[in-house]
Design a binder for this molecule. Structure first.
Ligand code: FES
Length: 120
């Protein structure tokens, strides 16, 4: 992935542990979470029926979708337990005090879902 794929989404300092932020990249909602100092970025679209997950309840690293309550681990995008749907996650990097997100090729999403099942 080259540097042109890195999209700036704000300053590192504006997202302290426990905070979250909704950013829009080319019209796509991406939610950033700071969990114990680690930044996670996910697609703001639940894989179940597309609801926004930006305001979902967070329990550790597990986010609950506000619509029907499906739960996703922000570190992997996977649902706890065997099988299930996979929430798209994106790599985040901090460069010179700024946060950059890389949106993955949509073709990578099925591979991620397979990885969830394979890990269990
Ligand atoms: S839309 Fe998220 S659980 Fe149904």
């Amino acid at each position: 992935m080259n540097s042109s794929d890195q999209i700036p989404v704000g300053a590192v300092g504006e997202l302290v542990p426990g905070q979250r932020k909704l950013a829009f990249i080319s019209g796509r909602g991406v939610v950033l979470f700071n969990i114990d100092g680690t930044i996670h970025a996910i697609d703001d679209s639940c894989p179940h029926q597309g609801a926004s997950v930006a305001n979902g309840h967070l329990d550790g690293c597990v986010l609950s979708c506000p619509a029907h309550g499906l739960r996703f681990d922000l570190r992997t995008g996977c649902m706890p337990g065997p099988g299930g749907l996979s929430l798209a996650t994106f790599p985040v990097r901090a460069i010179d005090g700024k946060l950059f997100v890389s949106l993955e090729d949509p073709a990578a999403v099925p591979a991620q879902a397979t990885a969830c099942n394979a890990a269990l």
